[in-house]
Design a protein around this ligand. Structure first.
Ligand SMILES: Nc1ncnc2c1ncn2[C@@H]1O[C@H](COP(=O)(O)OP(=O)(O)OP(=O)(O)O)[C@@H](O)[C@H]1O
Ligand SMILES: [Mg+2]
Length: 344
């Protein structure tokens, strides 16, 4: 078999961008529950470039959050477990580690989580502690990862609040999360996430809970800070409008797999996978609050169902006999444009 750069013999794509900071190969994260095995992430392949933004899109339940929780090694075991694959991180010290092999509670992972990979969530209240002041929480993160005393950490906290443009930061430091508005809390989360200058920021639906104006402000802020701090961003969202604004590359997920991956422009101009085409047709306009993608015709199969062939076959307008027989692998169809579909 002729070797295409970035494609291993056998088909599995590895590096989609040159010199990625994070390279996920065949990641499988399953949940072992009473009704069976939920293959939430079932062979995800994607790469995150340095200083770039990767948008991850796909309908509810396709495994976006489980992918990001796997990277952070925050999947709760039991019932969840990473059962296969690699997540190769280029560390700040120049070494490469496979996050999948690390002890989730061990020293390396504790150093990486928050220090090199930080995460912000849709609902800040789930990760902010209501019992501690904003300043103490940011300072705590700083002290966990840097050898500084409390005074210096609080100074850093105040500086970060300024950076995310919270007014009167020296007062806000002493306030509790419930005293802040939703948009303000999201700024605090961003401040906390960036306080240790992580090389990767994972943002899981960071603006979904916010109203339109605040949403736009937060996105602007993220872009600005990315330019300044040089972090890579993994941006998970239902909102293709947000992705079109923010992303450099896009990965489209369906039922625990990446079915298409390319530069943003290629995805929007020339989508290859019928699922992506369907998603683009259902695009919610940026500025509308409805952030759930409108469903493409047909039902997503149950996550515990054993599927033969392509998981999208039952909903695909172009289905061919072969699609029900054999699963298509993610492969490079055009330079830098990967799709898992028998049409190509
Ligand atoms: N703790 C768990 N136990 C069992 N199944 C789980 C668990 N967490 C997630 N799942 C399942 O894993 C699959 C993927 O879930 P995930 O949260 O990653 O979806 P998502 O793409 O983030 O969806 P959304 O867009 O709604 O946030 C779903 O079928 C979900 O029900
Ligand atoms: Mg999710």
């Amino acid at each position: 078999m002729a070797s295409i750069p970035g494609i291993q013999p056998g088909g599995a794509a590895t590096k989609f961008v040159e010199d990625p900071i994070l390279d996920i190969q065949d990641l499988c994260t399953y949940f072992f529950v009473e009704r069976g095995i939920v293959k939430a992430v079932d062979g995800v392949n994607l790469s995150l470039g340095r200083k770039s933004t990767l948008g991850i899109v796909g309908e509810s339940g396709c495994g976006k959050s489980v992918t990001s929780m796997s990277v952070m090694r925050l999947v709760k075991n039991p019932p969840g477990r990473i059962v296969g694959g690699k997540m190769l991180l280029q560390r700040r010290n120049g070494k490469q580690v496979d996050l999948a092999q690390l002890d989730p509670r061990g020293p390396q992972m504790r150093e990486i989580r928050g220090g090199e990979i930080a995460m912000i969530f849709q609902e800040p209240m789930t990760s902010l502690n209501p019992l501690h002041t904003v300043g103490d929480q940011i300072a705590e993160t700083v002290m966990l990862h840097q050898k500084v005393n409390k005074t210096a950490a609080l100074e850093r906290a105040q500086e970060m609040l300024e950076r995310v443009r919270i007014s009167a930061p020296e007062q806000r430091l002493h306030e509790y999360p419930h005293q802040l508005s939703g948009g303000m809390r999201q700024r605090v989360m961003i401040a906390m996430a960036l306080s240790c200058n992580p090389s990767i920021l994972i943002a899981d639906e960071p603006t979904t809970a916010l109203d339109v104006t605040v949403q736009a402000q937060i996105l602007d802020l993220m872009r600005e800070l990315q330019a300044e701090f040089g972090s890579s961003i993994m941006l998970i969202t239902h909102n293709l409008g947000v992705v079109s604004q923010m992303a450099d590359q896009i990965a489209v997920m369906y039922m625990g797999k990446v079915v298409e991956y390319a530069d943003k422009r290629a995805i929007f101009k020339h989508p290859l996978h019928p699922y992506t085409v369907g998603l683009l047709k259902s695009v919610p306009v940026l500025g509308r609050k409805a952030n759930k993608l409108m469903p493409i015709e047909g039902m997503v199969p149950s996550p515990t169902e054993e599927i033969r062939g392509c998981a999208f076959a039952s909903r695909c307008p172009h289905v061919m006999p072969q699609c029900r027989e054999q699963e298509p692998e993610l492969r490079e169809v055009e330079p830098g444009h990967l799709a898992a579909c028998w049409l190509h």
